[in-house]
Design a protein around this ligand. Structure first.
Ligand code: AMP
Length: 218
């Protein structure tokens, strides 16, 4: 099952992608996670991407298309994948189609998680992430039992550099201008499933399960 998760920053794509990956035993493929890992390790890819990420802008298409081309060839993606944060532009969507076409595969469904903009700002400014296992928390909605410590693995929690309010506004503008048009693009291909993302992560997940298990199994 080859799935795309679309939605603005803070819609809960990463959280839902992890839950989906567990349920259907297919990998979450997050370009944001791959890029952050490259930054952390000081690899050339990270050095190239960091300034764009810090400004809340998109990393150039050729860079992320290269990442996805390699990642989807890996063995664990042979039975399907959940794309989280890719594609974000038309050239990326077109390149994805080409990559999958060459592999004799196609997207089964595109899930668009929809949340109002002011809610996104509140969600993102309170977000904290475990440096060790990537688990996500929220200072108000999902606080860790111990301040600054991950309840799952004991790692330190941190705030992403791009989760500061000014950068968040920029990321939301970039989403509106460059990524949101993909919703209509996938709708015209009859692949789009809209998911109300305004509730708890459990409620959103049960909506996703219902849609995917009834409509997306290719
Ligand atoms: P995310 O974790 O998905 O919110 O991504 C964090 C940042 O990584 C974005 O603000 C971009 O700078 C960069 N990024 C992630 N995915 C992409 C993509 N598909 N295209 C361009 N830039 C990306």
């Amino acid at each position: 099952m080859d799935l795309i998760l679309l939605g603005p920053p803070g819609a809960g794509k990463g959280t839902q992608a992890k839950m989906m990956a567990d349920r259907w035993e297919i990998p979450q493929v997050s370009t944001g996670d791959i890029l952050r890992e490259a930054v952390k390790e000081g690899r050339p890819l990270g050095l190239e991407a960091k300034s764009f990420m810090d400004r809340g802008e998109l990393v150039p298409d050729r860079v992320v298309i290269g990442i996805i081309g390699e990642r989807l060839e890996e063995k664990d993606a042979a039975g399907g994948f959940i794309l989280d944060g890719f594609p974000r532009t038309f050239p990326q969507a077109e390149a994805l189609q080409e990559i999958l076409g060459e592999m004799g595969r196609k997207i089964n469904c595109v899930l668009s998680i929809e949340v109002e903009e002011e809610k996104l700002v509140v969600r993102l400014t309170g977000r904290r992430i475990c440096r060790n296992c990537g688990q996500s928390y929220h200072l108000v909605f999902n606080p860790p039992a111990r301040d600054g410590i991950c309840g799952r693995c004991g790692g330190d929690l941190y705030q992403r550099d791009d989760d500061k309010e000014e950068t968040i506004r920029q990321r939301l503008t970039v989403y509106r201008e460059q990524t949101q048009p993909l919703v209509a693009f996938y709708e015209s291909k009859n692949l789009l499933k809209k998911i109300d993302g305004g509730d708890s992560k459990e409620k959103i997940f049960s909506r996703i399960v219902e849609v995917v298990e009834s409509d997306c199994r290719g």
